[in-house]
Design a protein around this ligand. Structure first.
Ligand code: ATP
Length: 262
């Protein structure tokens, strides 16, 4: 993997928002490369700039200092090669499951037959082959997110940006979808950048975890997780990574009091 040119290069990105005329530096000199097929998690406390970073990488926000490259080309607009998967699914309620997944392929020059076959393929892949004609409101939250996952993969993008995709789901559904995500990602060799608050999710899924500090957001630690997937959430090794992350967040916020009721 390391000999290839990176699919994403983030070079010295600084982002400043203006709130009531006052500049607020949200991201400061963020730099990293992502190789094809990697799954990277970005962990950090609320408001540290994780979503802002994803929006910049996706080309949804172009106001910044520094440069972002997608496969060697400057990102200056959103592209079908790099799509975003949101937490709130974003399905159209009046379209069936199948038609929701077909949507991004419409008006692309593909034939109706090709579109249908490809949409069905990805819906089967996320285990919804028997729900093609259902409407979103007839599905559970987990199923709706599976439709959204199929709709992201159907475009066959090189990169999927995920902003807390499983945050609204219960733990069991989350675990299930995490496994499904790994399976599809490995099969398609898709590169994924995942923003999450969930430390276990980051350890379970990622090749690398970037820990972001706040005010301004900087990557202050990168954690490589070389072990193969699927991973054992109860293993000692898994606990070791949890400990490293907890320790890092504590070190990064030394003024945060720890209260022990003993
Ligand atoms: N359009 C905007 N205008 C001004 N300030 C903004 C804008 N968007 C985000 N911010 C500010 O930038 C900071 C980072 O926001 P962002 O949503 O990237 O954080 P986050 O780490 O994703 O947070 P969370 O985990 O709570 O979703 C916050 O202080 C937010 O108030």
């Amino acid at each position: 993997m390391t000999n290839q040119s990176p699919i994403i290069s983030v070079n010295k990105i600084t982002k400043t928002f203006f709130n009531r005329g006052q500049p607020q530096k949200i991201l400061d000199q963020i730099s990293f490369d992502v190789q094809r097929g990697e799954l990277i998690s970005i962990l950090g406390k609320s408001g540290c700039g994780k979503s802002t970073l994803l929006n910049l990488i996706g080309g949804f926000d172009l106001e910044k200092e520094g440069e972002i490259l997608l496969d060697g080309q400057v990102v200056n607009q959103p592209s079908r090669r790099c799509v975003m998967l949101m937490q709130n699914y974003g399905l159209l309620p009046w379209r069936s499951v199948l038609k929701n997944v077909e949507l991004p392929l419409e008006n692309t020059g593909m034939s109706k037959k090709e579109i249908r076959e490809r949409a069905k393929y990805y819906l089967h892949m996320v285990g919804l082959g028997d729900k093609l004609d259902a409407f979103p409101k007839e599905l559970s939250g987990g199923m709706q997110q599976r439709v959204a996952i199929a709709r992201a993969f159907v475009i066959q993008p090189e990169v999927i940006l995920m902003d807390e995709p499983f945050a609204a789901l219960d733990a069991f559904t989350r675990y299930y979808l995490q496994d499904e995500l790994i399976k599809i990602q490995e099969k398609e060799n898709t590169t994924i950048l995942l923003v999450t608050h969930d430390i276990d999710e980051a350890i379970y899924l990622s090749n690398r975890i970037f820990m972001l500090s706040a005010n301004p957001g900087r990557i202050y630690q990168e954690l490589k997780i070389p072990s193969s997937r699927p991973r054992d959430r109860s293993s000692l090794q898994f606990q070791k990574y949890r400990e490293i992350i907890f320790r890092n967040f504590h070190f990064n916020h030394p003024i945060a009091p720890i209260e022990l009721n003993v």
